[in-house]
Each structure stands twice: as structure tokens, then as C-alpha cells.
Design a protein around this ligand. Structure first.
Ligand code: HEM
Ligand code: HEM
Length: 188
């Protein structure tokens, strides 16, 4: 039985799973919506749903960005519980590196998405509210940020696969590492 000091606190656990769920949904939504036909590609009379999903993606993206800011501030003011000595030094370093990269992509992803949206000719709406423009529409800049957003998406997927593989490995080898971020346990 592990004690409280060996687990992440309740706020970190809840934010981890809330953000992870939204991010997985956002990646699926992003990859799905870019394949949808534009209005100009459809026969007359048929309405494109592309704009609806783009608006949903942008609103959810800005929402998760706020949760990520909260998480980063909380994490900077609350330490992670130290890993037990049973986890080798190289594994501790590798986990630390993957976590830092995950935080980096969590921050860079919404910023690059927001910037490509700002440089596009379309308004950026947050759950229906039109956000003020911080830049004039510029197709070249939109395209650059779009490429950054896309590259980061694939980096994100790669990091999540590594992170998930490590969690499964710990689970299968019977260590209590995954309990540190478990929702079921009392993490108060
Ligand atoms: C953690 C948050 C986010 C995740 C995980 C995410 C993920 C993705 C993914 C996987 C794609 C499809 C691949 C691509 O072409 O880039 C995509 C596209 C897109 N995202 Fe995001 N996104 C996030 C935040 C945002 C935000 C905050 C905005 C804008 C306010 C945004 C705007 C867009 C747009 C406009 C596209 C379409 C790009 C195109 O047409 O080429 N994203 N996103
Ligand atoms: C999909 C997006 C995900 C993101 C962005 C993410 C991000 C992170 C980050 C940054 C940490 C380090 C926490 C810190 O020290 O501040 C962490 C820890 C952890 N994550 Fe995730 N995670 C995701 C999904 C998952 C999934 C699907 C699982 C398991 C099935 C998982 C299991 C864990 C566990 C067990 C820890 C604690 C590791 C330890 O004790 O050192 N995560 N996650």
C-alpha cells in the first residue's frame, strides 16, 4: 500500500485525465475534420459540415489550453512525488524527458493552432464569441503555422504512444507506478 506522498495530488490527477481525454478527442477531431469537403467541393444544395467541426475544434482547443495553463502553474508550485528506487536511473531520466516534451507540445499545440486561425481569413470564435484579431489575414503565415501544427500533432502522437507503452509496461510488470496517477485511489 503506497502512502499519499508517493502519489500525485488530486488536482494533478484530475487535470491529467481531463486534459488527456480532451487531447485524444482533439487529435481525432483534427484528423477527421481536415478530410471533410469544403462547401465549394460539394454539389449544389449540399451543405458542408466542415465549418462546424473547425469551430468546435477551435473552441475546445482554447478551452483545453486554459486547463493546460492551470496545470502547468499547479505543477510549477507542486512537486511530483519522487519515483521509487526500483525504477532505474535511466528510466527515471527517460520518463522525465518524455514528460517535459509532453508539456512542451501541450503548450505549443494550442498556440500554433490559434496563430494559424488568427492569420486565416475566417474569424476565430470561442464558443460563439468572436475573438479580437491580433493579426491581419496572411495566407503565407497561416500556411507556416498550419505546418507547425501538423508536425506537432505527429510528435504528440509519437510521445503519447511512448507514454502509453511505458504505462502498460509498468502495469504488466506489477509495479505500483500507474497508481500514482490513478483516479480510483484516494489522492487527497
Ligand atoms: C491541444 C490542442 C490541440 C490539438 C491536440 C490539436 C490537434 C489537431 C490535429 C491533429 C489537426 C489535424 C492535423 C493538421 O493538419 O494540423 C489539427 C488541425 C487544425 N487545428 Fe488543431 N489542435 C489543437 C488546438 C487548436 C487550436 C487552439 C486551434 C485554433 C484556435 C486549432 C486550429 C486548427 C485548425 C484551423 C486546423 C486545420 C488545419 C488545416 O486546415 O490545415 N487547433 N489540430
Ligand atoms: C493523451 C494525453 C496524455 C498526456 C498529454 C499525458 C501527460 C502526462 C504528463 C505530462 C505526465 C507527467 C506529470 C508530471 O510529472 O507533472 C504524465 C504522467 C502520467 N501519465 Fe500521462 N498523459 C496522457 C495520457 C496518459 C494515458 C493514456 C495514460 C495511461 C494509460 C497515462 C498515464 C500516466 C501515468 C501513470 C503518469 C504518472 C507517471 C509517474 O508516476 O511518474 N497518461 N502524463
Amino acid at each position: 500500500m503506497t502512502n499519499n506522498a508517493t502519489r500525485y495530488d488530486r488536482v494533478q490527477v484530475v487535470l491529467h485525465w481531463l486534459i488527456a481525454g480532451i487531447i485524444l478527442f482533439m487529435i481525432g477531431l483534427g484528423l477527421y475534420m481536415i478530410e471533410l469537403p469544403k462547401q465549394s467541393e460539394l454539389p449544389p444544395g449540399e451543405e458542408s459540415v466542415r465549418a462546424f467541426y473547425f469551430l468546435l475544434h477551435k473552441s475546445m482547443g482554447i478551452t483545453v489550453a486554459m486547463l493546460i495553463v492551470l496545470r502547468v502553474v499547479w505543477r510549477l508550485t507542486h512537486k511530483a512525488p519522487p519515483l521509487p528506487d526500483t525504477v532505474s536511473k535511466w528510466q527515471q531520466k527517460a520518463a522525465g524527458a518524455v514528460h517535459v516534451l509532453l508539456y512542451f507540445v501541450m503548450i505549443a499545440m494550442p498556440i500554433s493552432g490559434f496563430m494559424q486561425s488568427m492569420f486565416s481569413k475566417y474569424d476565430t470564435k470561442f464558443w460563439g464569441i468572436v475573438l479580437p484579431r491580433i493579426a491581419e489575414a496572411d495566407n503565407g503565415m497561416r500556411e507556416s503555422f498550419s505546418q507547425v501544427h501538423e508536425c506537432l500533432a505527429f510528435l504528440f502522437i509519437g510521445l503519447i504512444v511512448i507514454h502509453l507503452a511505458a504505462a502498460i509496461k509498468h502495469r504488466l510488470s506489477g509495479t505500483e507506478i500507474t497508481d500514482r496517477m490513478s483516479l480510483r485511489k484516494d489522492n487527497t
